[in-house]
Design a protein around this ligand. Structure first.
Ligand code: NAD
Ligand code: ZN
Ligand code: ZN
Length: 380
């Protein structure tokens, strides 16, 4: 077989299922993985909506899990038949950043750029896994082994990105057990950040969004839902706390943040909210995506990635800020073990398990955040 089915980006708001070249081993360190699950991510929507430089023809899919099918001659640890999940980052394992556990900023996999990923614009020549097969470079480093069988498939699939990314968002904020946290965004990443904060011993976790099904999911894991459509979220949170701010804040929205009515984009909406709601000397974790170039930006500064925010207030409060892509390798093995031990069950965010051929409709509904489309898992 030399062809396979894959989800291909055609143009803004249109993907299609096409026959594309099945990946082959290109280097002795590669493996080919037969996909069992590949998830749709909020990050895919930035490309889907034409809000990046993504060109048509790109195969989407950076949250990939499956069974090792072919093994390059230089691969030491993996065998055909192994069940694996891949971090969305493609990384070499040997450069300075990889050795310092910053595998999201690998300098060897994507010339001229620090960081690589499957199926993503600017992130290197790595075909996505919303398909039947995916090629995994530096496979011993990039594939995390899982217990054989079918158990925990939904939970393990979330180790490719959103569970570690949510955890990372909390980490970036400088969080310590006992502290209170405000998470902006109850998409998959925000829900995972909120869940991670609970797992890590937060005293109170507030979650801001305007999509009712998503806020309900936040409540289902013991968080306090803040409905953005009911007014300024920072003011709502402080009111609930007798005027006090929270210790930490997480931006799980990014540059396509919307105003309270949901109708207009305001790229700095979440940054402003976080600076208002976090206490002096607290911290902000910003895993939400910001881009240096936005073809659909609401204003000319945002088009260049220049987002205005109250830096004066940030300085006055002595806030710390951490941001960037998640170094999935730093966390995925431990989070896998929390799943195996029954301590963590991140799959509460999963709303749909669909066949790969249903991807066209799934992108449409997930993009509109309707019909409870919170996290979609595709199975070839
Ligand atoms: N840093 C990383 O490694 C990494 C990894 C994965 C995703 N991301 C990014 O994280 C962000 C979230 O991803 P997702 O999959 O959860 O996406 P998503 O689009 O499904 O969720 C975003 C949520 O934010 C809500 N929202 C919009 N404006 C808001 C506002 N002003 N206040 C509060 N909530 C608001 C939306 O209603 C939506 O539910 C995206 O920008 C994505 O690209 C980053
Ligand atoms: Zn993702
Ligand atoms: Zn590297």
């Amino acid at each position: 077989m030399t062809k396979m089915k894959a989800v291909v980006y055609d143009k803004p708001f249109q993907v299609s299922i096409q026959d594309v070249q099945k990946p082959e081993l290109q280097h002795p360190n590669d493996v080919i993985v037969k996909i069992t699950t590949s998830c749709i991510c909020g990050s895919d929507l930035h490309m889907y909506e034409g809000r990046t430089g993504a060109q048509s023809g790109i195969v989407f899919g950076h949250e990939n899990m499956g069974i090792v099918d072919e093994v390059g001659a230089g691969v030491a640890l993996l065998k055909k038949g192994d069940r694996v999940v891949m971090p969305f980052n493609v990384a070499c394992g040997h450069c300075l950043n990889c050795e310092e556990q910053k595998s999201a900023f690998c300098t060897n996999v994507n010339p001229g750029f620090a960081g690589g990923a499957y199926g993503y614009v600017s992130m290197g020549p790595y075909q996505g896994g919303q398909a039947e097969y995916v090629r995994v470079p530096f496979a011993d480093f990039n594939a995390l082994q899982l217990p054989k069988g079918k158990e925990h498939e939904e939970d393990f699939a979330l180790l490719a990105d959103i569970f570690p990314t949510g955890w990372h968002g909390v980490e970036l904020s400088g969080f310590k057990p006992g502290e209170s946290v405000a998470v902006f965004g109850a998409g998959p990443v925000g829900l995972m950040a909120a869940y991670s904060a609970k797992l890590r011993g937060a005293s109170e976790v507030y979650v801001v969004d305007r999509v009712p099904e998503r806020l309900q999911k936040a409540e289902s894991v013991g968080c306090i839902a803040i409905d953005l459509s009911k007014g300024d979220p920072a003011a709502q949170i402080k009111k609930l706390r007798g005027g006090r701010e929270v210790d930490r804040g997480v931006d799980a929205v990014g540059y396509q943040a919307v105003t309270a009515d949901g109708k207009t984009e305001q790229p700095n909406a979440v940054l402003e909210g976080l600076i208002a709601v976090v206490r002096p000397t607290g911290g902000l974790g910003i895993p939400g995506l910001y881009v240096p170039k936005d073809p659909g930006a609401p204003d000319s500064n945002s088009a260049k990635g220049y987002i205005t925010f109250p830096f004066g207030k940030l300085f006055e409060k002595g806030l710390t800020v951490g941001t960037g892509q998640c170094n999935v390798k730093k966390y995925n093995r431990y989070l896998r073990d929390l799943i195996i031990a029954g301590v963590a069950k991140p799959s509460f965010v999963v709303s749909h398990n669909l066949s790969l051929k249903d991807a066209v409709d799934a992108y449409d509904k997930f993009d509109k955040r309707i019909d409870g489309y919170t996290k979609v898992l595709l199975h070839p």
